[in-house]
Write a protein that binds this ligand. Structure first.
Ligand SMILES: [Ca+2]
Ligand SMILES: [Ca+2]
Length: 505
């Protein structure tokens, strides 16, 4: 139900967007990263859909994969003739009422003497609206940003960008990339705000979910872009200003990132991940002019692991550590620390991280056997969890155990458990146990799926016999359904038992 509401809201926003001022045209084809092709074989007198075209044979247009500004491709225009020629972007459709708009692109030449000079604009219904004078590329091997605001009251809806170019001296090559046309009354050099609270969830061996919230001020008729890194990205690892990308393009500044998502949704499932690998993500907002925000901040997950139980059970020449988690968030795994003095330094016990379950709302049980112990010595243990970002959290609880050759002494003699009676039961069943020493006893009740139903007891008990009664009600005093339930009994000095009961309604 929640999901449906969310989708409805999105549809409403999309509807508002297309009615609003902002429109962006050409899309990825303007960065040569879309489906459009480059047709150098035929000359055209008018722009064409789905391809970059030229008007005369004495000019060459080609796909360029070395000198590119953004993504993998750019357009290379080569000419030697001083006579003016035209290059058209793919033709696109606009609203009849569009009259104020901007042409924005980047050009580059390796020479300022043997090159081309150009003017540019749009062509609508056969009428060109273009810069008045030709302009040469001002410096070598540097991308120059150019913008132009044509004005048109023509109501024709088919339009294309146009570059008019002629040779300087012997002529040469000019490269074009990130060609964008957008409807606006003023040039847009203002990046939108960053998306909010970026979170990662549902991590599996090969997939994970990213989600974020829309920024204040919205996307300004753009969307969101997600970039993935295999190394920790630096602050300067960002997309080019006005860069036009497509999925799987790479962005290299200090580190190489891969574009994984471009669109208007506020969540994305990344796939094709390698197990046991750390990934880093940056999520940006971009606007109609492809201005990029700073990356969104990840929200802090302060409780990666909800620890329900942690026990040390003494044995003969060993101590078994066991713990239960109620939920885990981005949990890479656990470390155990040990000391022979509660107030001394605790040293890491395990050689390798004890693998966690990533992100899960299910209950999980873990155990680790410490065999590097001497009988009769008391050992103290602490548990730490480590999340996917490498952040470690040491849990407060300290447990202790004294291994002994008389294994049964430690566990059985101090604690005697009788089967629950009656079983099956309705309306109630009684758990009876005996203690030879005072102990804190916790009894948690779980259903078959591992959901915790209620806490029957978590208190200190004196030596002697005790009864605990469960009347088949959960922690909110609601009667549970017919089925199998588990009573997980744990306590001081390694007491750890589980009883199965059946409730019949
Ligand atoms: Ca490109
Ligand atoms: Ca803007």
């Amino acid at each position: 139900m929640k999901k449906r509401n969310y989708l409805l809201i999105l549809l409403l926003l999309v509807g508002l967007t297309t009615m609003g001022w902002g429109q962006t045209f050409l899309g990825k084809d303007g960065g040569l990263e879309g489906s459009a092709t480059i047709d150098n074989d035929i000359t055209y007198s008018v722009p064409q859909e789905g391809k970059w075209t030229k008007t005369k044979e004495t000019i060459t247009i080609a796909n360029e994969t070395t000198i590119t500004r953004s993504g993998e491709n750019a357009l290379k225009i080569s000419m030697t003739s001083e006579t003016m020629k035209r290059v058209y972007t793919p033709q696109f459709t606009i609203s009849a009422s569009t009259s104020k708009w901007y042409v924005q692109f980047y050009r580059r030449s390796s020479s300022t003497s043997d090159t081309q000079e150009q003017c540019w604009g749009v062509i609508r219904n056969g009428t060109e609206m273009k810069t008045v004078t030709y302009k040469s590329v001002p410096s070598s091997d540097t991308w120059e940003k150019v913008t132009y605001a044509p004005t048109s009251t023509d109501e024709a809806t088919t339009v294309a960008g146009v570059i008019l170019t002629k040779a300087i001296n012997a002529g040469g090559d000019v490269y074009i990339d990130d060609f964008c046309i957008y409807a606006a009354t003023t040039v847009d050099n203002t990046a939108p705000n960053a998306p909010g609270s970026v979170t990662i969830s549902n991590i599996t061996q090969t997939t994970l979910d990213l989600s974020w919230s829309a920024p204040s001020g919205g996307t300004d008729d753009g969307g969101y872009m997600v970039v993935r890194y295999n190394t920790t990205p630096s602050a300067d690892d960002d997309p080019n200003v006005n860069g036009i990308y497509t999925v799987n393009n790479t962005i290299t500044v200090s580190n190489t990132g891969t574009v994984r998502y471009i669109g208007t949704e506020t969540s994305f499932t990344d796939s094709d991940l390698s197990p046991n690998t750390t990934y880093y993500y940056k999520v940006y907002t971009y606007d109609k002019a492809h201005n990029y925000s700073t990356e969104g901040e990840s929200s802090d997950t302060s409780l990666p692991v909800e620890l329900q139980d942690f026990n040390a059970i003494p044995g003969n020449g060993k101590v078994t550590l066991s713990w239960i988690t109620e939920s885990e968030t981005e949990n890479l795994g656990f470390n155990l620390y040990r000391s022979v003095n509660k107030n001394d330094e605790f040293l890491m016990l395990n050689a390798e991280l004890i693998a966690g379950h990533g992100s899960t709302s299910k209950r999980h049980e873990y155990s680790y056997v410490d065999r590097d112990v001497v009988n009769g010595v008391t050992y103290y243990y602490k548990l730490e969890d480590v999340d996917y970002a490498g952040k470690a959290k040491l849990h407060d609880k300290v447990v202790s155990a004294t291994p002994t050759s008389k294994e049964s002494d430690a566990n059985i003699n101090q604690f005697r458990l009788y089967p629950c009676f009656p079983n099956p039961f309705n309306p109630e069943t009684t758990l009876r146990f005996e203690l030879t020493e005072a102990a804190r006893i916790s009894v948690q009740i779980y259903d078959l799926l591992g959901n915790r139903i209620t806490t029957l007891s978590d208190a200190a008990f004196q030596p002697g016999e005790h009864n605990l009664t469960w009347s088949g009600r959960d922690h909110q005093n609601r009667l549970v359904g017919t089925g199998i339930y588990f009573l997980k009994i744990s306590g001081d000095r390694g007491i750890s038992r589980t009883e199965k009961v059946i409730f019949l309604r």
